[in-house]
Design a protein around this ligand. Structure first.
Ligand SMILES: NC(=O)c1ccc[n+]([C@@H]2O[C@H](COP(=O)([O-])OP(=O)(O)OC[C@H]3O[C@@H](n4cnc5c(N)ncnc54)[C@H](O)[C@@H]3O)[C@@H](O)[C@H]2O)c1
Ligand SMILES: O=C(O)[C@H](O)CO
Length: 324
């Protein structure tokens, strides 16, 4: 008999067919309590769960007594209660690597668009303000040969460092618990304390996961340490930055700009001051959102689920110890 799975994300036809060949699939629109109630029997039976977004916590697990594998279409897994999964011996699969280069491209796009004010000036031209030669009011700041500080020197941080160092001749700083030998040998990257990184970087780029340790890692005191013409980029998770403190720093003119792909609340509320500050570039959490990469993530998530249901957690497993 095929294992029963709950699918809470639309898949392309070919990937759905691949999943359905191996599993008995019940498609639901999301993991809300209403959805769990409506499909109670399917949730109760399911051995697998595949999708993205939504909280997977003790309450959901209580409604899924047969669950063995969660497969997330994402690398970040802060929406999963991993301790609760471990306690129930449920393994969590995710999709690292396939999205790394695309997210680094997004971060570089934020670096360039904040520094050179691309969206702001695009809107300015389209609004008919380009009536004569531009002047200092339209100038930006250089990116090349500046210092880029990375918080989260993992897969995405490394791919960003590669672009910044080889493409733009930038000096790379990073903050990490341990020396990153590859970062040092490939990019001459220097490890430093958070304080030093904030004081010295022209661009502070966040590609950190959200954990208890990283929650509000960047608050008022940290923003105060940054250079007045520095730029903050966040493509990790919104709550790594204290958004109220960031807004206050931007409103007080303490930073050149911010480039944000992630927010404390998503979608970002329409009345957020971030949306009316001209020096803030906002993106709707599109770090990995290209056709190619999103397909690759869904393909990996399907294969991860099939492999893990078959007992194979060699690749892309967050908590292989849960099987023990
Ligand atoms: N914006 C997006 O669409 C998007 C897309 C993909 C990933 N992300 C986010 O980026 C994160 C990183 O992805 P990755 O594939 O590079 O993961 P990764 O695990 O390879 O890298 C994360 C790095 O952060 C480091 N780290 C963790 N806590 C730290 C701390 N307190 N201080 C210093 N360093 C710390 C880890 O040691 C690791 O090197 C994901 O967890 C996710 O939250 C966002
Ligand atoms: O973590 C990830 O993969 C992205 O943020 C999409 O959720």
């Amino acid at each position: 008999m095929k294992p029963a799975v709950i699918l809470y994300k639309k898949l392309p036809d070919d990937l759905y067919a691949r999943l359905a060949e191996q599993c008995d699939v019940t498609e639901v629109s999301n993991l809300s309590p209403e959805s769990q109630q409506q499909h109670a029997a399917a949730f109760r039976q399911a051995e697998g769960l595949l999708g993205s977004g939504g909280k997977v916590n003790g309450e959901l697990l209580a409604n899924m007594p047969n669950l063995r594998v969660c497969s997330s279409v994402s690398v970040g897994y802060d929406n999963f209660d991993v301790a609760a999964l471990n306690a129930r011996h449920v393994v969590l699969m995710h999709t690292p690597t396939v999205l790394t280069e695309t997210v680094a491209d997004t971060m570089m796009a934020l670096v360039l668009s904040t520094a050179r004010r691309v969206p702001e000036l695009d809107a300015w031209v389209k609004a008919g303000h380009w009536q004569k030669s531009i002047g200092p009011a339209q100038f930006g700041i250089d990116v090349h040969h500046k210092t880029l500080g990375i918080l989260g020197m993992g897969r995405i941080g490394m791919a960003l460092a590669q672009r910044a160092h080889f493409g733009f001749g930038m000096k790379i700083l990073y903050n990490a618990r341990r020396e990153h030998e590859e970062a040092q040998s490939r990019f001459g990257a220097q490890r430093c304390e958070l304080k030093e990184l904030l004081q010295q970087s022209d661009f502070v780029c966040i590609s950190l996961p959200l954990t208890d340790e990283t929650h509000h890692l960047i608050g008022a005191a940290e923003l105060e340490l940054m250079k007045p013409d520095a730029v903050l980029i966040n493509a990790g998770r919104g709550p790594v930055v204290d958004e109220k403190a960031l807004i206050a720093a931007l409103q007080a003119g303490k930073l050149h700009a911010a480039g944000l792909d992630v927010f404390e609340q998503e979608p970002v509320p329409a009345d957020s001051p971030l949306l009316s500050l001209p020096n803030v570039v906002t993106l709707p959490h599109i770090g990995s959102a290209t056709h190619e990469t999103r397909y690759g993530m869904m393909q990996d998530a399907v294969e991860n689920l099939i492999a893990a249901l078959g007992g194979n957690v060699d690749k892309n497993c967050v908590n292989p110890q849960a099987l023990k």
